[in-house]
Design a protein around this ligand. Structure first.
Ligand code: NAP
Length: 318
């Protein structure tokens, strides 16, 4: 027998958990399919300095624990597993976690985004053996070692700065000759004596057998190859939205981000399905904006459920 609910929320980053908090406080008793890697991208972050309310900053995982506790306090229920399949063409909607089937009248998608990889065979072969996408998780393993970070955005610079706590030297390898990162982050990186830059360079191969020994680089201007000895590579080149589960059902843009066709609303292309956070936001991608749109999604879901009930009651009475 399927479990029938008013609202299912898929995802448990700032968007999913804020949606859960608002929905729980509206007595919708939401089920949050939180994923095996619950908590979203902030679980892979160290200090969060730009989330309002924490003047001294807070660790990403600690912030997400607080989000979860707060939603749980009002009755949100958590399923610590990935959703395997959804059916958004039926009513109520279906969501499956293994053999368990959830049916809900409204659904909020808050599955976020995931780290992008370079796509090299050697990179995946050495992932977890010197190649990482998470400085907070793995920085500790690179004490007193030279390492490289690839990318030129805020993520790359933030990771590089964090990694200087451990590494002897951190080289930022960037494919252009200027960073995309915000000015304040750039200034911090340029002022850090442990950080060096390898401009106009791409990683062509991660060299090593069971561990990283060096990187084969190519100069994007001169085409000259070079090799750089490092013992770790952190890939920080952006993110892709986690929308595979919804392919063929919800409309998406060319990069796979969910389309929200109604301005100022979290409504997706299917009535009753709402989206919050990075899964539908390629622009801002901040914890605070994700929390904001998660709140909007829950409020819109609640209003939609109310309107649906009202319409059904009116139809039954006539
Ligand atoms: P991003 O801004 O999209 O930057 C990605 C970087 O990786 C760019 O420099 C890009 O190069 C490079 N890149 C992309 N694909 C590549 C490839 N295949 N090979 C080599 N290099 C590649 O991504 P992000 O740094 O993850 O930041 C995402 C958003 O989150 C931004 O809005 C950022 O401000 C925000 N953010 C904020 C903070 C903070 O405020 N503390 C921390 C992290 C992220 P090009 O520059 O040449 O395109």
């Amino acid at each position: 027998m399927p479990e029938e609910r008013e609202l299912v929320i898929v995802g448990s980053g700032p968007a999913g958990l804020t949606a859960a908090l608002y929905a729980a406080r509206a007595n919708l008793e939401p089920v949050v399919i939180e994923g095996l890697e619950a908590g979203g991208q902030l679980m892979l972050t160290s200090d969060v300095e730009n989330y309002p309310g924490f003047p001294d900053g807070i660790l990403g995982p600690e912030l997400m624990t607080k989000f979860r506790e707060q939603a749980g306090r009002f009755g949100a229920e958590f399923v610590t597993a990935d959703a395997d399949r959804v059916d958004l063409f039926s009513s109520p909607f279906g969501a499956w976690v293994g053999e368990t089937e959830y049916r809900s009248h409204a659904l909020i998608v808050a599955t976020g985004a995931s780290a992008r990889m370079l796509g090299l065979e050697s990179e995946s072969a050495l992932l977890g053996h010197g190649v990482s996408t998470c400085a907070t998780c793995d920085g500790f393993f690179f004490r007193e070692k030279p390492i490289a970070v690839v990318g030129g955005g805020d993520s790359a610079v933030e990771e590089a700065i964090f990694l200087t706590k451990f590494a002897t030297k951190v080289t930022i390898v960037h494919r252009r000759d200027e960073l995309r990162a915000s000015k304040i982050m750039q200034e911090r990186a340029f002022a850090n004596s442990k950080i060096e830059f390898r401009w106009n360079s791409v990683v062509e191969e991660v060299v090593g057998n069971g561990r990283v020994d060096s990187l084969k680089l190519r100069d994007t201007v001169t085409d000259a190859p070079s090799e750089m000895a490092v013992q770790g590579l952190f890939v920080a080149i952006g993110h892709d939205p986690n929308t595979k589960l919804f392919e063929g059902q919800l409309e998406m843009d060319e990069n796979g981000y969910l389309s929200l066709p109604h301005a100022g609303s979290t409504r997706t292309s299917i009535e009753g399905v709402f989206a919050g956070g990075d899964v539908a936001d390629a622009v801002f991608r901040q914890a605070i904006t994700a929390a904001g749109t998660g709140c909007m999604a829950a409020m819109e879901a609640e209003r939609w459920l109310e309107a649906k009930k009202h319409a059904e009651a009116t139809a039954a009475a006539t």
